[in-house]
Design a protein around this ligand. Structure first.
Ligand code: ADP
Ligand code: MG
Length: 475
């Protein structure tokens, strides 16, 4: 079980079973980027990318998982979860991309083994995760310069800021910016050969090349690269041979006006375990930092991520998260995602109280703004059916009409109002709302919410209606 592929296959088979038992959003959220770390004497250790996944798998989905495991391999007696942050990195090829499990055709394909991500033939931008774009990076004061530099490089790689060196603490968006720049370059010119990797992977490649005595092949391969992106360069510390190779690769690419982008957790000067000549190369280009975003930017990031997940969480709850998560954007996002998933599982909307619980798990004891959660957030144990009932009463319509497909004006508007309220006051996703209203398409719901929002700005009567329903809801 030590080899990578058998473990990978075993995990794949287990997850195919779990997939049938667990709701799709949960499956996607919690089993993404998981892998078997080890298996000995009946104890299966499963690696997960973060503490939230560990918590969920242990407490909520452990039973279903164990059942699935028993079906595949009854010899497994116990399963343990271990956080392995490496798994969160998109190019970690032990990690399982669960999205792949959903297509029959892809199911037949072998899951990626180590070979596939190698730099050989298709040198490839496979390692770039399309979810990272320059557009969905929220620009705040602290990251404006970094974002602008990436955008410039995205337009004209190799022309201006070369190398581009981005530094900053953990979870502040370096990988996002690096990958987004790679994606941007490819979007502008799909023929460009963009290579993204962490310095650890780069080291592995070199060690292997040396082992096989084919460092010439290694060098040739890198000559074909147009854009070389190395994430977390600090891990090259003390690896002399790798630094040496990297130095040559760097010079070769640089002399040919190929773009080099590097990230690090500190400035070039502070990389004191790196050879001076390498550090001085880094200093030749553009050096920008990313810092922890201020409150407004954090809030904007939360709004943007909530939109990406197609859920609307009460602004107050987002403000509460923005106020209380201080360490990294990754953590900010983690709290949000857990709040969303919990809401989906329990068919409720995240409240300040439920989110406070999640944040406390991170070890925070004092939470800003928690002692007096507002009346509104406390009362939000409403369900969509309650809202439908209140709206129907208010407009003196039978509830069924609200759920029907009728497009008559005196029914359509109240239905849209009800959708709007469920969205804004309960924070349900467009899809959930569609389902509550007799299986309507989510675009219908989006349209309804937008329409009501607009109309509320100029239609005093409608505003009065909505306010009076809200009052009934205790808001
Ligand atoms: P780092 O590489 O610096 O450790 P990441 O790039 O992995 O951090 O960022 C962690 C998470 O936070 C990612 O999911 C990323 O999309 C998100 N993130 C960080 N900064 C921003 C931002 N300004 N706008 C949107 N998302 C961000
Ligand atoms: Mg990173």
């Amino acid at each position: 079980m030590d080899a990578v592929l058998p473990a990978h296959d075993l995990w794949l088979r287990i997850l195919e079973k779990v997939e049938n038992e667990v709701k799709r959003p949960h499956f996607l959220t919690w089993f993404q980027n998981t892998a078997i770390l080890s298996y000995h004497d009946g104890l299966l250790v499963v690696g997960v990318p973060n503490i939230f996944a560990k918590d969920w798998l242990e407490h909520k989905l452990g039973g279903q998982l164990m059942q699935a495991i028993q079906m595949v391999n009854p010899e497994v007696k116990e399963v343990m979860f271990e956080v392995d942050p490496q798994l969160a990195l998109p190019e970690d090829n032990r990690a399982l991309d669960v999205n792949k499990l959903f297509s029959k055709e892809k199911k037949m394909r072998k899951m990626p083994g180590r070979q596939e991500v190698r730099l050989l033939e298709g040198i490839s931008s496979k390692c770039l995760n399309p979810k990272y774009t320059l557009q969905n990076f929220v620009v705040g004061g602290s990251s404006r310069l970094a974002h602008a530099a990436c955008a410039a490089v995205g337009q004209k790689p190799g022309a201006m800021y070369n190398p581009l060196f981005i530094y900053g603490g953990v979870g502040l968006g370096k990988t996002h910016l690096l990958q987004a720049t790679g994606n941007e370059i490819l979007a502008n010119d799909p023929d460009k050969v963009v290579v993204y990797m962490t310095s650890e992977r780069f080291t592995n490649e070199i060690v292997e090349a040396i082992g096989k005595r084919n460092s010439k092949e290694f060098k040739d391969r890198y000559r074909k690269v147009d854009v070389l992106i190395i994430d977390d360069i600090q891990f090259l510390a003390n690896k002399d041979r790798t630094q040496e190779e990297f130095f040559h690769t760097f010079n070769e690419l640089y002399d040919n006006n190929k773009q080099i982008i590097i990230s690090s957790d500190r400035t070039p000067k502070e990389l004191d375990q790196l050879e001076d000549r390498l550090v001085s190369r880094f200093e030749m280009g553009m050096i920008v930092d990313v810092q922890f975003p201020d409150y407004e930017t954090r809030l904007a990031i939360l709004h943007s991520k909530a939109r990406e997940h197609e859920v609307l969480i009460h602004p107050e709850v987002l403000e509460f998260i923005a106020m209380n998560v201080h360490d990294s954007v990754r953590e900010l996002e983690g709290v949000l995602i857990q709040a969303i998933a919990q809401g989906q599982l329990e068919h409720s909307t995240p409240t300040v109280r439920s989110v406070a619980k999640i944040i406390k798990k991170l070890g925070r004891t004092h939470l800003e703004g928690f002692d007096e959660p507002s009346e509104a957030s406390q009362n939000r144990s409403f369900h969509p059916e309650d809202v439908i009932e209140l709206v129907a009463q208010h407009f003196r319509l039978p509830q069924e009409e609200l759920m029907s497909d009728s497009r008559k004006g005196h029914i359509l508007l109240p239905r849209q109002v009800a959708m709007y309220l469920v969205r804004h006051e309960l924070g349900a996703s467009f899809e959930q709302i569609g389902a509550c209203f007799g299986g309507k398409n989510h675009t219908t719901v989006i349209h309804a919410c937008e329409k009501v929002e607009k109309q509320l700005r100029r239609d005093k009567n409608l505003l009065r209606d909505v306010n009076s329903i809200k009052k009934e809801m205790g808001l």
